[in-house]
Design a protein around this ligand. Structure first.
Ligand code: G6P
Length: 367
């Protein structure tokens, strides 16, 4: 396995570094001249036609990719999206019809709850498309169409590159929905494709910050708990970043929509508790930073991850992870990778086996 790790200490570390290539392989074959092109995937445009509602269903990390996708689709093309945990969806008697597009996201394609959710959607006459990494898996075979992510095999239990390409899959579906239903102009679609391609470069830039992020990780390595804050798109990123930290480092971590803090969690903020605030969304930046100021005043160790100019907020944070500036809707990729590195390094400092966290399985094929 040392050879398989390609010189990295852990599979997770290698897989974090695989991300520019995984994103490139997933995105670039599907965007041409400012359009989403799924012809090589044999996905018919018909499935996107007349869709008036999208339901994303998934488990774990893949569910977080759904949260990101929801924000993107609703902000950009105004089609209502709900994101359901597959384990809930399958028992909630969902309202589905032929205008509903159900998107199942899964790395393995074998998660029992996600497969059951897909079968229910098929039975109830929804259109189904899955975003799957493992070729020929059950969910890939049973959905109407499959948009494969090209991350290559993911071995570490904690998902990293699969998440990034699952998000990319949602961006591709958003673009296709826009195109087929005339929800964006040619110019807007061209601009989207340019920014999408540039997002891959932002990930490369973040990987160069590895040592810097390692330094910040060392400062928080002994903490018992940590809190991740975000609003809008950043909330989905916060949830995923939080899951990374807790599943491998065993830090008791929670993700919050920043505005909810004052409704309870703020009572848990004590001297030195790490607060990781993701701050890439301009429209809520002052609001988010006001929330952060509240926890800073109670002694939290504040780490801000942002692509924005933070000079107005000096003194409100202890550490700054400044990722390359992008359009707000494309900040997903850079901030995600920065926070994967943080979780990775905290865990290495704590001395745990990054790739084999206790009690967890890579793929959960029982209910
Ligand atoms: C397990 C894995 C997670 C994963 C989830 C869903 O819990 O440990 O990393 O997100 O299953 O898996 P899937 O293969 O459906 O994406």
């Amino acid at each position: 396995t040392a050879a398989q790790k390609g010189g990295y200490d852990f599979f997770m570390q290698k897989e974090i570094y695989d991300q520019p290539e995984a994103l490139h392989n997933t995105i670039m074959p599907r965007i041409h001249n400012g359009h989403a092109d799924f012809s090589a995937d044999n996905i018919s445009d018909d499935i996107f036609k007349g869709v008036n509602r999208v339901i994303v269903t998934a488990c774990g990390t893949a569910w977080h990719a759904g949260l990101v996708g929801r924000h993107l689709i609703e902000a950009m093309i105004r089609i209502p999206v709900t994101v359901e945990l597959a384990s809930e969806f399958r028992y909630m008697n969902p309202i589905l019809d032929e205008h509903t597009l159900v998107v199942v996201i899964t790395q393995s394609g074998e998660t029992a709850d996600s497969l059951a959710a897909l079968r229910l959607a098929n039975e109830r006459g929804a259109k189904t498309i899955s975003i799957v990494n493992v070729k020929g898996s059950s969910i890939a075979r049973e959905s109407d169409y499959v948009l494969y992510t090209h991350a290559g095999p993911e071995i570490a239990v904690a998902s990293t590159k699969a998440f990034s390409v699952q998000c990319a899959g949602m961006y591709l579906i958003a673009l296709k929905l826009a195109e087929v239903n005339n929800l964006m102009t040619d110019e807007q679609m061209k601009d989207f494709c340019d920014k999408f391609e540039q997002a891959i470069g932002t990930v490369e830039e973040v990987l160069k910050m590895d040592d810097y992020i390692k330094g910040i990780s060392e400062k928080i390595k002994d903490t018992f708990s940590a809190f991740y804050l975000g609003r809008g798109l950043d909330y989905g990123i916060a949830c995923e970043a939080c899951l990374k930290l807790k599943e491998i480092s065993y830090v008791n971590a929670e993700a919050y929509c920043a505005g909810e803090l004052k409704h309870g969690t703020i009572s848990l903020i004590t001297e030195g508790v790490p607060i990781i605030a993701i701050a890439t969304q301009e429209n809520v930046l002052p609001k988010l930073m006001a929330n952060v100021e509240e926890v800073k005043a109670r002694g939290a160790h504040v780490i801000v991850v942002t692509d924005k100019d933070m000079s107005n907020y000096e003194g409100i944070y202890d550490d700054l992870i400044q990722v390359p500036a992008t359009d707000d809707l494309f900040a997903t990729f850079a901030s995600t990778v920065a926070l994967q590195l943080l979780a990775y390094h905290v865990t290495v400092f704590r001395g745990y086996d990054v790739d084999q966290p206790r009690n967890l399985a890579k793929s959960v094929t029982v209910e």
